[in-house]
Design a protein around this ligand. Sequence first.
Ligand SMILES: O=C(O)c1cc(=O)[nH]c(=O)n1[C@@H]1O[C@H](COP(=O)(O)O)[C@@H](O)[C@H]1O
Length: 289
Amino acid sequence: MTDGFGQRLQGVFDTRGRMCLGIDPHPWLLEAWGLDDSGAGVREFGLRAVDAAAGRIGVVKPQIAFFERHGAAGYAALERVFAEARDAGLLVIADAKRGDIGSTVDAYADAWLGDESPLRADAMTIYAYQGLGSIAGVMERADAAGRGLFVVAATSNPEAAAIQQAVLQRSSRAGERVAGALVAGIAAWNAEREGAAEQRLGPIGAVIGATIDPRDFGIDTNEAPRPGLPVLVPGIGFQGGELAEVPARLGALAAGALLTDSRQVLQAGPDGLADAIARRADEIGALDV
Ligand SMILES: O=C(O)c1cc(=O)[nH]c(=O)n1[C@@H]1O[C@H](COP(=O)(O)O)[C@@H](O)[C@H]1O
């Protein structure tokens, strides 16, 4: 049986550290890198980013939106970038942020997590605002395939708080905040799986931004879930999140933290990127988690 996503992510933490490079080919970055804003441009950008990450860190997170802007050519570029990343031994998180009724979201899972899909990644980002039950099938599929999910919980953008801090009315978790209930629900799902007791990290994780305090979102940071919860932490650097504050803010959840940085590192340009990644990875490696 193949290792689960949680075990593979833990293996990366132990050997390559906790940095994830976000691959976000913004038009202004393409220009700064001397590349066209085209399918060929985003492919070249993605391949150079993978090349710079390989051997230095363990995870990359292509932001699908910037490839999707180029239609079929953008998707062809993504397939190449994913394949190169896999060949380089990097874990790939497809930042696709999908969500819908269960039967539709299952098809998204086929696209991003299916063994035969050319777009298969090791994990994807997903929304559960149509109910955690709407992604129950995807959680099962991901786990069965040794892949993972990062469920959007408490995001880095300030305008998200109104919805993510709202208090649930009708649910077995009535009275809890949306983000806190999602995190608790995921942790409970991870814990109920067969073999969970032996695993340090579960397959289903949460997105918790570096710019916010998870306690404001009703997220329990005092008690470590068992198995541990993978936590994708965006928002450091360009969005103002302070790396040094992340361990204290996440508290008991810091053990599962994967810190992702896109623009601040990418703006070093193709020639400076490898050094910029190495510097950021060192800063992350020095954190007390
Ligand atoms: O899921 C994400 O990665 C994500 C969640 C979140 O709360 N905030 C957030 O910025 N992101 C993504 O993380 C990346 C952040 O990029 P930088 O701000 O350039 O580091 C973008 O691709 C965002 O779409």
